[in-house]
Ligand binder design. Structure first.
Ligand SMILES: Cc1cc2nc3c(=O)[nH]c(=O)nc-3n(C[C@H](O)[C@H](O)[C@H](O)COP(=O)(O)OP(=O)(O)OC[C@H]3O[C@@H](n4cnc5c(N)ncnc54)[C@H](O)[C@@H]3O)c2cc1C
Length: 377
């Protein structure tokens, strides 16, 4: 018998739905409580690396992800300025193995829909517009009360409720995301025909200008700048600022700039990082995904690490017959060093840009992380 037969999950993002699918398809009763009212939240694009695609395959959603994304195997470096000269085109490591592309670009809400549909298909109960209001854990289980009035006892509560996790707060864990000093403008725009993979432009008024195709018709574009308080800007001003910064870049940016309007859903976010040290669980309550660790998307590993957390946790819960210290020791041994290495490297890459470090061994660091995450979690 698996170590759990009834599990509550707070948060229906990548980590929460992935855990729900792995557990529910093996007969565990799973309730997912997602605070959003429905799936129709607006979003931008996401760059998904091969090691995440490998987990998506195990979740049974790779065919849908492949059909709903734009896949590619290289990245180009281009010069800032009107010419947008291509400086180099580098093959990307296929971190999920040769059967998966190196990278898939995708519209975030499409990925969210695929994950939730799969979770429901395998029997998980996904409750939208609901949060875990309180819980009381003892040696044998967790009593959970939700904002929509449910009171149930579970064998385990998984806090997969993202960056500002309320479960983390309720556990009394004081580690919180710290700003790394960078902010990112993102917009969802039509794909110029010439864009067939990610291009990165280092320099100009931004640390990084880049884009990633997400479908035949669509892509998302981004500009990374020193973090600023942009919270007072209305939507028209946001569009104007992003357009102004984009003036420094040519090539496909000429078309991207013209497409920056209300429909492009321009948004601005700060980069953060954190890792809950030592242990992500307190008894029968455990944090996974961004509730436990976050990193700036400089190597686009956030979704992959969240999915891997879910996979490893589910594997241990299904392969053992009790929730005990041995299980948590095994979980942390497999997840803490790997997620911490990804966070450290992602922060380091940003730090080098912030410090204007010209001799940094960026390819060396990227290569080490690609090698690390190529090994299955
Ligand atoms: C600007 C930016 C760009 C990024 N780009 C990339 C990228 O290109 N590639 C990549 O791999 N990663 C990227 N990431 C990181 C990636 O988005 C995250 O690592 C990933 O989404 C983490 O998944 P998660 O399930 O842990 O958290 P989330 O996806 O944040 O999901 C958490 C869920 O919990 C819900 N929730 C929150 N609070 C509660 C509550 N109290 N009760 C119930 N539900 C709750 C939320 O509504 C949400 O649905 C980026 C991050 C940022 C900030």
């Amino acid at each position: 018998m698996p170590a759990v037969s009834r599990v509550a999950i707070a948060g229906g993002g990548v980590a929460g739905t992935a855990a729900a699918i792995f557990l529910a398809e093996r007969g565990v009763q799973v309730d997912v409580f997602e605070q959003k009212a429905d799936l129709h939240a607006l979003g931008s694009g996401i760059t998904i690396q091969g090691n995440a695609l490998r987990v998506f395959d195990r979740l049974g959603i790779w065919p849908q992800v492949e059909a709903g994304s734009y896949t590619f195997n290289e990245v180009s470096l281009r010069a800032p300025g009107p010419g947008a000269q291509v400086l180099a085109t580098i093959p990307d490591q296929r971190t999920g193995g040769p059967e998966f592309p190196a990278t898939a670009g995708m519209y975030r809400p499409d990925l969210a829909r695929i994950l939730v549909e799969r979770a429901r298909e395998v029997g998980a109960d996904v409750h939208f517009g609901a949060t875990v209001a309180s819980f009381a854990a003892d040696e044998d289980g967790v009593d959970v009360i939700t904002s929509d009035g449910l009171e149930r006892r579970y064998d385990l509560l998984i806090g997969a409720d993202g960056l500002h996790s309320s479960i983390r707060g309720m556990l009394g864990i004081e580690v919180a995301p710290q700003r790394t000093g960078m902010g990112i403008w993102r917009a969802f725009v039509p794909r110029p025909e010439s864009v067939t993979h990610t291009d990165l432009y280092y320099g100009g008024p931004c640390f990084i200008a880049g884009y990633c195709p997400t479908g035949q018709e669509t892509m998302y574009a981004y500009l990374v700048e020193p973090a600023q308080d942009r919270s007072e800007l209305d939507q028209a001003s946001k569009i104007a600022v992003m357009r102004g910064l984009a003036e420094a870049y040519g090539g496909p940016w000429n078309e991207i700039r013209d497409a920056l309007d209300d429909a492009a859903r321009v948004n601005y976010t700060w980069f953060t990082s954190h890792v809950v040290p030592d242990a992500w669980n307190r008894g029968r309550v455990v944090l996974i995904g961004e509730a436990a660790h976050s990193c700036p998307p400089t190597i686009a590993q956030g979704a992959a690490q969240a999915a891997e957390d879910a996979q490893v946790l589910a594997e241990l819960l299904l392969g053992r017959d009790r929730v005990d210290d041995d299980l948590w020791t095994a979980f942390h041994a497999r997840r803490l060093p790997r997620a911490s290495a990804v966070v450290e490297a992602s922060v380091q890459l940003g730090r080098w840009l912030l410090d204007g470090e010209r001799d940094a061994d960026v390819p060396g660091l990227m290569g080490r992380i690609a090698h690390l995450v190529s090994e299955p979690a």
